[in-house]
Design a protein around this ligand. Sequence first.
Ligand code: CP
Ligand code: NVA
Length: 306
Amino acid sequence: MTRHFLRDDDLTQAEQTTVLDLAERIKADRWGRKPLAGPQTVAVIFDKSSTRTRVSFAVGIADLGGVPLIISTANSQLGGKESPSDTARVLERQVAAIVWRTYGQAGLVEMAAGTVVPVINALSDEFHPCQLLADLLTIREHKGALAGLAVAFLGDGADNMVHSYLLAGATAGMHVRIACPPDYSPADRIVADADAIAVQTGGSITIHTDPLEAVAGADVVVTDTWVSMGKEEDKAARVASLSSYKVDAAMMALAKPDAIFLHCLPADRGYEVTSEVIDGQQSVIWDEAENRLHAQKALMVWLLEQ
Ligand code: CP
Ligand code: NVA
């Protein structure tokens, strides 16, 4: 049966581990697997801007022996004249998988329901699950294991990265702490889903308004832009509300001495994180950005084998 990757909890804990193990092997032997030999084509569709996602999917698909077809919705029929399900019916006759960066999650759900090829969420307003595979791979590389680690996210709690940290972190058995102002809280139903997963995996979910409480003794400190794509008009209000959640050296000093810092990038230096932290010894952001490639290749290999 076709499997899709629309949100982080589409993978069970065992499946998440399988994909991360595969990513580690693929990283060590970059051109060793060619499931897209033919070459087969993978459609990679963008409704929003991207650097890392565009490059890592294009390079990853090529590494796997395939051809990436990068489509911008601005000059395609999707998003205006044609529905996600009709688009999927056209694409599935010609491509091996569909990767889509979009706004609402509902479009991805519709696309996946209407096709026999795997659909991968390359970021939506609600989730960024491919980024989380890269983040977990990076954390595992630096910390050895995921279960039992405390990860603190500071900033916009309603952000797609937070929702993905809640679900993917809970799946991995991590203790996920989110620090955000009440007006920027994660969606209740996603917190509830993450709670239910954490009960099974031994992880936990806590939502804090005090950033110091969340970061105290953390193994991993994470933030993301305060102004996600689509929220640009709201920038001044966001900066005013979120400024006490900035990750600076004093904040990092409250985490464990060997804590690592992650950011999916792009960063607004001086806003959600200082240059001192993002360029500092504890930052693993360049490993994290590279790991998009290896994690997504593993995901594609795994999905194509289901
Ligand atoms: N982290 C990430 O998804 O970056 P891009 O927006 O550049 O793809
Ligand atoms: N939360 C950010 C992530 C960018 C990769 C956004 O949606 O713009």
